[in-house]
Design a protein around this ligand. Structure first.
Ligand SMILES: [Zn+2]
Length: 113
């Protein structure tokens, strides 16, 4: 007899519970969702100068992994648009509501908190 083949009538989490967990005060996005949208967001940002969706903005502002991914994509998209990657990244940071950084080649490997 294997337990994992049984149909469990009660799910550990109902949809409503899951929703209340994910519906925090700020828009929440998983890294997967972020990754799904990042291409089009970067595109919109670089090509149309459009800002980021609120959930994307919130996620990128606090998720270093996705932020780095976004930076990489921004640099590539900026280059394709004849922008310097610094210009692209500045547009990105403005879109995120972050202060624009002077163009220094700082690696984010060591974060001094
Ligand atoms: Zn993330």
């Amino acid at each position: 007899m294997r337990d994992d083949e049984m149909n469990t009538p009660d799910k550990p989490l109902t949809a409503a519970q899951a929703e209340s967990l994910t519906a925090t005060s700020e828009p929440w996005l998983s890294c997967d969702d972020c990754f799904d949208h990042i291409d089009s967001c970067v595109d919109a940002l670089i090509h149309d100068g459009r800002g980021l969706d609120e959930p994307m903005r919130v996620h990128l502002a606090r998720c270093p992994a996705c932020y780095e991914e976004a930076e990489t994509l921004i640099s590539l998209a900026a280059a394709g648009q004849g922008m310097s990657s610094g210009q692209g990244l500045n547009a990105f940071r403005i879109g995120l509501g972050l202060p624009v950084r002077a163009q220094t080649e700082r690696r984010t490997g060591q974060s001094s908190v």
